[in-house]
Design a protein around this ligand. Structure first.
Ligand SMILES: *Cc1c(COP(=O)(O)O)cnc(C)c1O
Length: 386
């Protein structure tokens, strides 16, 4: 039996996999089927916040597994409410809906925004998202994603979305004047779109215009959240106060969990029976997430920024590198050589890097040891050189 050939035969053909089979991991090191070691700078796409096989996280998860693995949302359980309380206390949000992925968290945000508008008699209101955004793969979150290339094969999509170019406040204001808009949804750093942070002034203007027009501010923190950008959530870098914050990816440290956090204006718009998820708030996933969130403290966040600087200092003016963008440990590297070729070379030399559009994208574990990070950055640097 060959994993690679069976995978090509039996798995739906939706992923272009790198030619590497991961068989185990430890911290920021991954090992393939031949025992070759790799420094992992992708973290399962910003998921493994504390790397592979983190002892403290495993203990938290196994303790819950040994207690009970699942019941239904028809009963009270402690892990989900403990997690919700921590998230609310650390964000100022007021209630949390738990689900299993980023797309589902955004689906909940979209339903909450539509319901908010409906409650004030605004039927058929629109949600504005940004050109080049990414919000998920379900039909509705695809519609929210402002990239035609994701849409074309799956029409018709869900109605009710309008798109505006990032960092262009006049275009946003114009859409707001011409339509009944209930919400604006955006990533503070566009991840899949190419690791592009929004301008601070633009984000502040978005908030101001939203407030003046009774428009909800929805921040998609699926990728940027959970310490990735040097704050617990990236919106905290911009000094704004969102109405809804969605997250997933890193939240569970490697177990599937998503959350839509609802602020004061929307905390009660969804009532009994209006939304649900069989696995949402699963006790094992929540136990993992509690462990993760409680360890994202000021010291860790400070270290995220120190490591960010270490990477940007090393790469910013290096040979073959055009630019470094992003925030914290979510960085995009624009190269002169083809990014795909550089990635293959990095894999050969034992470094796992991923792509975002035509850039290299670095999303290392937040606790990656300095020596591994420095070694990986040197390998990237030499692969980028022309
Ligand atoms: C990955 C991602 C999603 C989708 O998350 P899934 O868990 O794959 O559904 C949504 N929004 C952003 C910003 C993402 O990076």
């Amino acid at each position: 039996m060959s994993v690679k050939s069976d995978d090509k035969k039996y798995i739906a053909n939706t992923y272009a996999r790198f030619p590497v089979q991961i068989v185990r991991g430890s911290g920021s090191l991954a090992y393939d089927e031949n025992g070759k070691e790799y420094i992992d700078l992708g973290s399962g796409i910003a998921v493994n916040i504390f790397g592979f096989s983190d002892k403290s996280w495993i203990d938290a998860v196994t303790e819950q597994l040994n207690t009970f693995q699942h019941t239904s949302n028809l009963y009270y359980t402690s892990p989900c409410v403990t997690l919700a309380k921590i998230l609310c206390e650390r964000t100022g949000m007021q209630r949390v809906f738990f689900c299993n992925s980023g797309a589902e968290a955004n689906e909940c945000a979209i339903k909450a925004a539509r319901r908010y508008a409906e409650l004030s008699g605004r039927k058929n209101s629109k949600i504005i998202t940004l050109v080049n955004s990414f919000h998920g793969r379900t039909i509705t979150t695809l519609a929210a994603t402002g990239q035609d290339s994701f849409h074309n094969d799956f029409l018709p999509l869900t109605d009710g979305f309008l798109y505006t170019p990032a960092n262009d406040i006049e275009s946003f204001k114009k859409l707001v004047q011409q339509n009944d808009v209930s919400a604006v949804m955006f990533e503070c750093v566009q991840g899949e779109g190419g690791v592009l942070p929004l301008d601070k002034d633009y984000v502040l203007q978005l908030e101001k215009t939203a407030r003046e027009n009774d428009i909800l501010l929805i921040v998609d923190e699926v990728q940027t959240g959970n310490g990735r950008t040097g704050k617990l959530y990236s919106y905290m870098n911009f000094g704004i106060c969102p109405d809804i914050v969605t997250t997933a990816k890193g939240l569970g440290g490697g177990l599937p969990i998503g959350a839509a956090m609802l602020g004061g204006r929307v905390k009660d718009v969804l009532s009994v029976g209006m939304h649900g998820s069989t696995f949402g708030g699963n006790p094992v996933c929540c136990a993992g997430a509690i462990n993760i969130i409680n360890r994202i403290d000021d010291a860790l966040l400070c270290d995220v920024m120190r490591k960010s600087k270490l990477i940007t200092d090393a790469l910013s003016n290096a040979d073959g590198i055009k630019s470094v963008s992003g925030m914290g440990l979510m960085l995009g590297i624009e190269t002169r050589r083809d990014a795909g070729e550089i990635i293959s070379e990095c894999i050969d030399k034992g470094v796992l890097v991923i792509k975002a559009k035509n850039k290299l994208r670095l999303l290392p574990a937040l606790n990656i040891p300095d020596d591994l990070l420095i070694k990986a950055v040197e390998i990237i640097k030499s692969a980028c050189a022309v």
